[in-house]
Design a binder for this molecule. Structure first.
Ligand code: FAD
Length: 474
């Protein structure tokens, strides 16, 4: 290979994380005034990964993420670079209303302590225990490492701080909405790092929230894009300096001295550096070519299937539905739906005026079999469970089912240690980078931030600006 030719960075996976890597690598090349060939290989016929937006009957259907947390400056930067700044949408005021279905009815999650107490979500003992949270000794008191260094499950963390009722009736349903997962099988430190940091920093969650309010630091907002989330990966793919090749399934990444061969369904591509941004379990297979140890660890991260059912009602049927963000369903209620988001009430422009579009989620680690039900069965189940939970009882004008065989990675207790082992195996391999949402946060904003970080490092490594960063650079 001649030193004169442009270096080539190959990114495997054209989802949000892979495209963030491509965008940031191109920014870095521009900054350095250097030439860098950036090639994205995507298995599907179009970019976006799970960020998939469809249009039908005047409705905007988000089959994967329907929004993102505005907690990563780099996401804003990427949106601006794509000219989508004016497309960012905040939720409607009605979306402040959120419910949990428990004890046979929907109960509103209220902010004021009195209203919360009256919601019936917790009984008197549960409320009394929750009120004691600021008095519960922090796990980190007088123990810089020791037992505090050990990971615990999200359920154990919540039960220790807030009591078992709050853990079961509040935290467990919220976890369904983010991970479609079981709070008892998720790592507190990996799944809710902010909550663990609140205990570490302030000794109590309530004290940390109070300190945040005093500082005038509002929690990060929920956002979407007017034309749907897929608009972002599509816009990145259209940026100059990024070559996207769709319908190219990568089957292996092989090391060739200091370089790599990326083996795809349509031929081999030589690369000076590689970012693997494929989702699990494909990512594990691709990592195998450079580190069997890292691949084995990645294969231990489960990503169970999910189904997303959209149903729409016309204006007359929707008239009696109170606008809200939607609801989550506590387990043990005999309802298989994990939760339902009222799309048209949450973001403007998701459908024609006065229609109602509901997005109901099934499957995940708590009920993977539900994701395998047939389309008609899932739609029937959705309708009967919307009737039982929210009293929504009408024939839909539209219904569709989307399926994700490997939906959301589950960060089991011990995940931080697993991440450390994976990174210890991969970091010494110059030019090889792992992006995606398998390690550092399952949400869209984290996947983009990690992708951008890996793209930047890959470009710097190739252009000689700096060596690959050690560790995760979160
Ligand atoms: C039902 C559902 C709802 C969600 N809702 C939200 C939400 O509301 N908010 C939020 O923040 N997050 C949400 N998420 C999570 C969000 O979708 C992810 O954070 C995000 O998609 C991760 O991006 P990624 O690029 O890492 O992976 P993906 O989006 O999975 O993209 C991976 C890409 O790699 C490609 N690929 C895989 N294997 C190969 C191969 N061998 N060769 C080439 N290409 C390959 C895939 O085709 C895909 O395009 C949701 C996820 C699901 C499943």
């Amino acid at each position: 290979m001649s030193d004169e030719r442009a270096r080539r960075l190959v990114i495997v996976g054209g989802g949000p994380s892979g495209l963030a890597a491509a965008w940031k690598a191109s920014v870095e090349a521009d900054r350095a005034g250097a030439s860098l060939e950036i090639v994205v290989l995507e298995a599907n016929g179009e970019v976006g990964g799970k960020a998939r937006t469809e249009q039908a009957d005047g409705l905007l259907i988000e089959t994967g993420p329907q929004g993102f947390l505005d907690d990563q400056p780099v996401v804003r930067e990427m949106i601006d670079a794509c000219g989508l700044k004016d497309e960012v949408l905040a939720p409607e005021p009605a979306a402040n209303r959120r419910y949990i279905y428990r004890g046979g009815r929907l109960r509103e999650l209220r902010r004021s302590p009195l209203a919360f107490a009256r919601s019936g979500l917790l009984g008197p003992l549960g409320l009394a225990r929750l009120a004691m949270e600021p008095l519960v000794r922090s796990r980190h008191d007088g123990d810089a490492e020791g037992s505090a260094g050990e990971d615990e499950s999200l359920y154990d963390f919540a039960a220790r701080r807030m009591g078992r009722q709050a853990a079961a009736r509040l935290i467990s349903p919220v976890v369904l909405g983010i991970f479609a997962g079981d709070a008892r099988k998720l790592s507190a430190a990996a799944a809710f790092p902010r909550m663990v940091a609140m205990e570490r920093g302030h000794g109590s969650l309530f004290k940390a929230m109070r300190a945040g309010r005093k500082r005038g630091a509002p929690p990060p907002g929920h956002r979407t894009l007017r034309r749907g989330i897929q608009a972002l990966p599509r816009a990145v793919a259209a940026l100059p300096g990024i070559e996207v090749r769709c319908n190219q399934r990568v089957t292996a990444v092989e090391r060739r001295g200091k370089n790599f061969t990326v083996v795809s369904s349509t031929g081999d591509v030589a690369a000076d550096a590689v970012v693997v941004a494929a989702d699990l379990p494909a990512a594990a297979d691709l990592v195998e070519g450079v580190s069997a140890a890292a691949a084995t660890e990645l294969r231990r991260i489960e990503s169970p299937p999910m189904a997303v059912v959209h149903t729409a009602l016309d204006a007359a049927a929707a008239a009696h539905i109170e606008p809200a963000y939607g609801f989550l369903v506590a387990r043990g209620e005999g309802i298989r739906m994990l939760g339902c988001q009222y799309e048209t009430a949450t973001f403007r422009g998701r459908g024609p005026d006065y229609t109602f579009l509901a997005r109901s989620l099934f499957g995940g680690s708590v009920d993977p079999e539900a994701a395998d039900l047939g389309d008609a069965q899932l739609v029937d189940l959705t309708l009967s469970e919307l009737r039982r939970t929210a009293g929504i009882d009408a024939e839909p004008t539209y219904a569709s089912v989307a399926r994700w065989p490997h939906a959301i990675p589950q960060y089991a207790p011990g995940h931080p240690q697993r991440v450390a082992r994976i990174e210890a195996a991969l970091n010494p391999i110059a030019g090889f980078h792992l992006a995606g949402n398998a390690l550092h946060g399952v949400g869209l904003s984290r996947a983009i931030a990690v992708g951008a970080d890996r793209g930047e490092n890959a470009a710097r490594g190739l252009l000689g600006a700096s060596a690959k960063s050690a560790g995760s650079r979160r």
